[in-house]
Design a protein around this ligand. Structure first.
Ligand code: PHE
Length: 378
């Protein structure tokens, strides 16, 4: 019996205990193996380089120092991940379809906001939290079930907003937008950006910042003025605050011209060696333009079918060789049976795949999809 022991933030986790013993556990091996990799703490890796560049912006532009955390354990309680940031009991993000549960009370954090409450209670008023976050999702070039976020949080006291003549919320919202626009200029120079009004349970008002990239508006961060309830519960009833959570992969893809999110996990020297500590300007030169290979698969779904489950099964077989899974046909017959046809794009970032290899993969995928999802192949 091989039991791998992982030490995370001082907590030791035995892989077999975590993964096998609890029926409420939905963390597959592909995800488990990412725990503790800490790409954000490698100074030569694009994610680490970007983290350091953002640190630099906060260090040079604010008189109050931001406390920095990048080693907080990604295993958190349901309370930390959801309750503490006011996520309603029936919110979809709590579902087993969206979040990885280690057991019924413990999740792989789905955002760095999971640490807001504890850090506030510890007395921090200006802080940045960087870490790996985990979300069940479908597969394409900008989505991966593990990615990295940086949370920013800033508390204001009445003597900061009172002289402005603005109400506390407007003051914080303005300061937040100025701060993040400044950050975008620090990282990108001139770049087209826009603010979108949105909803988060933990902020009001809430905004998203989008950046124009390769003919698309790319969402790079969520932010807003912290709900007063969070401050009140954590010892700051007389303050206001703003918070943001930014996706490091999305930003790094734009900054370094990285075409596919899987590359961040590559150990290929031809990827790794292109980046240098402290250098933001480097543009990635792709070393692989190997063609993708497409395989289609049609089946009758049942009520419990979800695309996230399908993607996880496919990733379980094909790992990072799967580039995209897309629904290309969907119909319901007279008997009420629904058929889905999915197209799977296989492509390695590192080498060309042989027909034989892809056929084997597709064969295994079909078998696993049948066994694990109880669908009926057509
Ligand atoms: N936690 C949000 C997310 O993951 C981002 C966010 C952080 C939004 C802080 C508002 C404030 O998408």
């Amino acid at each position: 019996l091989v039991v791998s022991i992982l030490e995370l933030g001082g907590v030791k986790i035995a892989k077999d205990d975590v993964v096998r013993d609890d029926p409420t556990n939905n963390v597959p091996d592909t995800i488990f193996s990412k725990l503790g990799m800490q790409l954000h703490r490698r100074n030569q890796h694009p994610i680490g380089i970007l983290k350091n560049a953002i640190y630099e912006y906060f260090d040079t532009n604010f008189s109050t120092k931001f406390d920095k955390f990048d080693e907080l354990c990604p295993l958190v309680s349901v309370k930390q991940n959801f309750d503490d940031v006011l996520v309603p009991a029936d919110h979809v993000s709590r579902s087993y379809n969206d979040t990885y549960y280690v057991d019924s009370q413990t999740v792989l954090r789905c955002h760095t906001s999971a640490h807001q409450a504890e850090l506030l209670r510890e007395g921090h008023t200006h802080f940045l939290v960087t870490g790996d976050v985990y979300r069940r999702d479908s597969i394409d070039s900008t989505h991966y079930p593990v990615f990295h976020q940086m949370e920013g949080f800033r508390v204001f006291s009445p003597d900061e907003w009172e002289p402005s003549g603005l109400d506390a919320t407007s003051y914080a919202a303005e300061d937040l937008k100025k701060c993040l626009e400044g950050l975008a200029r620090h990282l990108f120079g001139a770049v087209e950006m826009r603010w979108i009004d949105t909803y988060f349970p933990f902020t009001n008002p809430s905004f998203e910042l989008e950046i124009y990239f390769k003919e698309n508006w790319l969402e790079v961060l969520g932010c807003g003025v912290t709900e007063q309830e969070i401050l009140r519960r954590n010892g700051r009833p007389d303050n206001v605050a703003w918070a943001f959570g930014l996706g490091l992969e999305r930003l790094a893809m734009v900054l370094f011209d990285i075409p596919d999110i899987r590359l961040f996990w590559s150990n290929d020297e031809r990827f790794i060696s292109q980046f240098c500590s402290g250098q933001l300007g480097i543009k990635f030169k792709p070393f692989s333009k190997y063609p993708p290979c497409y395989k289609d698969m049609s089946f009758w779904i049942n009520e419990s079918f979800t695309e996230n489950n399908l993607c996880e099964v496919i990733r379980g077989v094909a790992g990072d060789l799967v580039e995209e899974v897309s629904l290309i046909d969907n119909f319901t017959n007279k008997k009420g049976m629904t058929s889905h046809c999915y197209r799977i794009a296989y492509r390695s970032m590192e080498r060309s795949l042989t027909d034989e290899e892809i056929n084997d993969l597709q064969w295994n995928v079909r078998e696993q999809v049948l066994n694990k999802l109880n669908v009926v192949l057509r």
